[in-house]
Ligand binder design. Sequence first.
Ligand code: PLP
Length: 436
Amino acid sequence: MPSRREFLLRSAATGAFACAMFRDDAIARVQAADRGAGGASPDELAGNEGYWGQIQRAFAVDRSIINLNNGGVNPSPRMVQDAMRRHVEYANQIPSRNLWQVQDPKVETVRARIARQFRCDPEEIAITRNASESMEIALYGLDLQRGDEVLTTSQDYPRMINTLKQRELREGIVLETFSFPNPPPTLDALVREFKRNITERTRAVLMSHMTTYTGQIFPVREICAVAREKGITAIVDGAHAFGHIVFDGGAIGCDFYGTSLHKWLHAPIGTGFLYVRRDRIAGHWPLMAAAEPKKDDIRKFEEIGTHPAANRLAVAEALVFYEGIGPRRKEARLRYLRDRFARRLAVHDRVKLYTSLDPDQSCGMATLGIEGIDSGVLRKHLWGKHRIFVTAIKFEEIDGIRVSPNVYTTPIEIDVFCEAMEGVIKNGLPPADGGE
Ligand SMILES: Cc1ncc(COP(=O)(O)O)c(C=O)c1O
């Protein structure tokens, strides 16, 4: 029989081994999945549950609930959370040394990795805490005069609209917005609306790469080309696009592109980036004062005082996870999962789909409503009765729930959601949940 000391040593060793296995588990699963993928194309692989089952198990999510609100903020796979924990522990050994002298310099490699994925120069990437911070740097840092106009859509993110409204109140700039139907008739119609609403006074256009309410993809390249031709600043809110759909960021032709990394990339909560085109850096004001605000150095946008490096450093693991799956495979899987519920539910007469299922117009999210059922009440019912989590969207003519699975979502979870929705379509809501 082992002595108590031997037992403790042995358990510690087993624990350490288990811990190492646990830590490497996510990437090992990506590798195992990859070996099983053969030469399948992203679309062929999209429904291969052997492959995606490995990816699902890289996450330690609570399977007693079904989270279909990944458009809000995403869980990180275990390898990302483990990296973050290691960095936090290391920083806390001696923060003023380990944080500033060891960890902060390593953020430069993360900058380079992000730039590689976005396809731009690392000197054009500022690492931020989220899309909101990125977009506010872009919107507040522009020199604008009283009467200058900024054009956007009514469906751009409320925080960005509020940023511009605050500039209206303080400085007398003018915010112009236009609305569009859900879904819009064509992508060209969106380009035409931007063109039609640009005036002599328009100094900047703001557009979402994918909208928050319905996941509508905007033809950002075409709109940026229109802006460029007229000498207008083009700002893209890519909160939902990076890590979700495949695109070449450097080729969009925008001046600013902001995103969160805790949404579709699965990076730690509190991470994002802002791309600023090289020739726009010097002229742009930082949001928090820098020693040389008009310096041609992207890092002036990161002067926010003491902040953790752990979450920034662990963005590297999130990129490794994403690259391991492959952006095209991830996009195809997200569309496959979205189509699984959207196409099934859309056949019901009472279902109104606010998102186009055209692959050029959308990917992993869809917003849909049931005629005669309030979306807020439906959201509560899905959570209360079925433990399915979605978000309700009520805006202009939209009264629906936005449904956004992710790579850890299983097809059975999607089917359970569909059955719950079909129950409501057929029988209405139970009286306790606001039904008749
Ligand atoms: C289009 C869009 N932009 C910006 C944001 C803000 O993201 P964050 O809260 O991560 O800053 C969101 C959040 O859902 C969004 O949908």
